[in-house]
Design a protein around this ligand. Structure first.
Ligand code: UDP
Length: 483
């Protein structure tokens, strides 16, 4: 039987983006909301569901939250079509996919929400929307259904701030960057940043549909009720504090819900290889982990120079060489005979359990593209980095890691990569004495992250404040719509 209006339970509707670096923290957020007493309906795109549930045999066809539900969390799972068959190759038909996704997907979300609202359950629940900040459709949908809205930002606060102050940057002639290198000191909460460190989407002068969607999402974010950011207040104190003055902005990272880590929620789009057995045979701190994440592509030359550098350095390594990283020329990605020559030195895998790899004592360094999740995970496990950013926020994240926090080294300033510099940087990173300062600094940051995540740490306090503010907002919105 339907409950009375006063007993309505706040219920989060979460529609996931299809990118790996967004899926992982978004699922963690769903678990965290549910463990704080919210009901959650979580939807993946159909093809995301297909990839997640077919890449590991044991998860074939399952509801990804079934174990979470068994553990007592109230999470429903649904899928939503993006209009293409699951087999459609979105990466190799990116323009076609994006055009349809940007133009047609909002009406699919609308239909999905309409269906939920029409069911009898809507009498029992007070719905609110939790969408990735890049979800350019969120403000319109929230307005249509008169829902409280929460925007979830999976990148650092300074990256949010640069997008948020886009108009200011344009007025000052700093966006598009167009290859200039100038110091910018007027963005609120960012003391100084060189234009070369702006995200790639601010560098380019030709605006694609994707640029417009991203910039539109940041215009709209001003209409949303709450912003959650997967960062830590103490890591980005100035940027966070200024954003908090403008908007209800909460730094709640790193979103690794440790108490829920044992709840199995499949979230990988590719089969994950387990490298533990191999890693356990290696001396502590002797292995370099190399990965450029789930999305970035690069040129074959970059792979060849890294391979050359790894070989010359003699370092033990795990290298994630994702299919598609150099486009279609995959057969010849590595130098002839490379695999044979390094067979005692390292392993090359298409994808691995990164969390598990970074947590292994064998790992002594991470050559990374500076994806934000990778940066947070590396700090969490106290692993210093060599940074080779490729695009989007990775460029700006490098500035944080190398220039501000001093827990990483630049590699070839992001271009003209040479094997000589690869060897040099590996030599510095993996040598205890030469990397002493980096390791000292990363220990401090690791403590900062762990303290923020502890029971009375800043991120937990911010999350608790958000939960309280959200419940109040949901209640007052309902009352104001009744009067
Ligand atoms: N990851 C993984 N296995 C791999 C490579 C990456 O599980 O072989 C995970 C990694 O732990 C991180 C995410 O995929 O949580 C990648 O996100 P990130 O923001 O670092 O980079 P993106 O893929 O978005 O560029």
């Amino acid at each position: 039987m339907a409950s009375s209006r006063n007993e309505k339970q706040p219920h989060a509707i979460m529609i996931s983006m299809h990118l790996q670096g967004h899926i992982i923290p978004y699922i963690n957020l769903a678990l965290k909301l549910a463990s704080n007493g919210f009901t959650v309906t979580f939807a993946h795109l159909e093809f995301t569901h297909h990839h997640i549930t077919t890449c590991q045999d044991q998860t074939k066809g399952i509801d990804i939250f079934s174990e979470a539900r068994r553990s007592g969390l109230d999470i429903n799972y649904a899928t939503i079509s993006d209009g293409f068959p699951v087999e459609f190759d979105r990466n190799n038909n990116l323009d076609q996919f994006l055009e349809s996704y940007i133009n047609d997907f909002p009406s699919r979300v609308d239909e999905f929400l309409g269906q939920i609202m029409r069911t009898h359950l809507s009498w029992d629940y007070e719905y609110f929307l939790v969408a990735d900040t890049f979800s350019f459709w969120a403000a319109e949908i929230a307005e249509k259904y008169e829902m409280v809205s929460v925007s979830f930002w999976t990148e650092p606060a300074i990256v949010f701030s640069l997008y948020y102050h886009l108009q200011l940057l344009k007025e000052n002639g700093h966006v598009p960057v167009n290859g200039r290198q100038e110091e910018v000191d007027y963005v609120p909460g960012i003391r100084a940043i060189n234009t070369k460190d702006f995200m790639s989407f601010l560098q380019e002068s030709e605006l694609t549909l994707l640029h417009r969607a991203i910039f539109g999402a940041f215009d709209d974010v001003k209409k949303l009720d709450f912003i959650l950011c997967n960062t830590v207040e103490e890591l980005e104190a100035e940027a966070v504090s200024v954003l908090q003055k403008n908007r209800p902005f909460y730094a709640i990272g790193p979103l690794f819900p440790l108490d829920l880590q044992k709840v199995l929620v499949p979230r990988s789009l590719l089969p994950e290889l387990d490298c533990t057995e191999w890693l356990n045979t290696k001396a502590s701190g002797s292995v370099l982990y190399v990965s450029f994440g789930s999305l970035a592509t690069t040129e074959k030359n970059v792979i060849l120079e890294i391979a050359g550098g790894i070989l010359l350095s003699g370092v033990n390594f795990i290298w994630v060489l994702r299919p598609g990283i150099v486009g279609s020329d995959e057969d010849g990605m590595l130098p002839d005979g490379f695999q044979d020559r390094v067979k005692d030195q390292g392993v090359i895998v298409p994808w691995c359990k990164q969390w598990q790899v970074l947590s292994n004592p064998g790992i002594g360094g991470f050559l990374t593209h500076c994806g934000w999740n990778s940066v947070l995970e590396s700090i969490w496990f106290g692993v210093p980095m060599i940074c080779y950013p490729l695009f989007t926020d990775q460029i700006t994240n490098r500035k944080l890691v190398v220039d501000d926090w001093k827990v990483g080294l630049n590699l070839c300033n992001g271009k003209n990569i040479t094997r000589e510099e690869v060897v040099e940087k590996i030599g510095t990173l993996m040598d205890e004495e030469k990397s002493f300062k980096l390791r000292q600094e990363i220990k401090k940051l690791r403590n900062t992250l762990q303290n923020a995540s502890s029971e009375d740490g800043s991120s937990e306090r911010n999350f608790a404040r958000f939960v309280e503010d959200l419940r109040y907002k949901v209640l007052t919105k309902r009352e104001s719509s009744r009067s």
